[in-house]
Design a protein around this ligand. Structure first.
Ligand SMILES: *Cc1c(COP(=O)(O)O)cnc(C)c1O
Length: 240
């Protein structure tokens, strides 16, 4: 074997091992939160990862992948095995046309303006695009997302737009020193999620609470996450 083949073999077996460890912890947290393991979806976040390794994760049974950038995803897509994909990174309105119809959900909708653009392009393509509203739960200037104070009002506006379907919420809480602090943000998100779900707004299908990454997916599930987005714990440290 060449050196590249040896390294790949190692990386493939790491990915397989990592996924089985993560699946086990996801299942444990789901049960601990009073749900079934299958109630929590594991997304493999594939930014910076080459298609051959993403495909290995898909072969290992990952049923959802997440990409941050439109260009990066569209560039890799022809080389990927069939797999459901969501966009999870900040989306500029001028990229909307290219991504509508290419992913099954856009998780990173952070303004009514962006939602209107997605709706317009979806209607033109004869489809409805499933979306999540990204909430800036920690009020951080460095992060995109709808302001916490404007969340309810904005969600009601999103629900009214034809061409998109609001399916839930997404958040990236601040980096926390300890798991208690992290859990407080996740709890806050879960309250908003339950609140909006119970309102049963027309034209919505509130079923996804996307929160939890490599460092905190266990805590996120304990607080009600239905979809965790895990990157580096699956594929190893990202090399940019
Ligand atoms: C990169 C990224 C993740 C995954 O982060 P890890 O810490 O590598 O698990 C999850 N969600 C979003 C929005 C990301 O950009």
């Amino acid at each position: 074997m060449t050196e590249k083949q040896l390294l790949d073999a190692q990386r493939f077996s790491d990915i397989e091992h990592n996924l089985s460890v993560i699946r086990e912890r996801v299942a444990q947290a789901a049960v601990k939160s009073g749900r079934k393991p299958e109630d929590v979806t594991l997304m493999a976040v594939t930014k910076t990862v080459a298609p051959e390794y993403i495909n290995h994760a898909i072969r290992c049974g990952v049923d959802l992948i997440g990409e941050n950038k439109v260009q990066e995803y569209l560039g890799k897509k022809p080389d990927l095995l069939p797999c459901e994909a969501h966009l999870i990174g900040h989306l500029q309105t001028n990229k909307v046309r290219q991504i509508v119809g290419e992913v099954s959900m856009i998780q990173s909708v952070d303004s009514v303006r962006l939602a209107n653009e997605i709706a317009k392009r979806s209607l033109a393509a004869g489809i409805t695009t499933d979306i999540l509203a990204e909430i800036n739960v920690g009020g951080e200037d460095s992060k995109s997302g709808i302001e916490w104070e404007k969340a309810e009002e904005t969600l009601a506006q999103l629900a009214e737009i034809e061409g998109i379907k609001l399916c839930g919420l997404m958040a990236i809480p601040p980096v926390c020193e300890n798991s208690e602090d992290a859990r407080a943000f996740f709890l806050k998100m879960n309250r908003l999620f339950v609140d909006i779900r119970d309102k049963k707004l027309d034209n919505t299908d509130i079923r996804v609470l996307s929160m939890g990454m490599s460092s905190d997916y266990y805590e996120a599930i304990l607080e009600g996450s239905t979809l965790v987005r895990v990157g580096s714990s699956v594929f190893g440290k990202r090399i940019y």
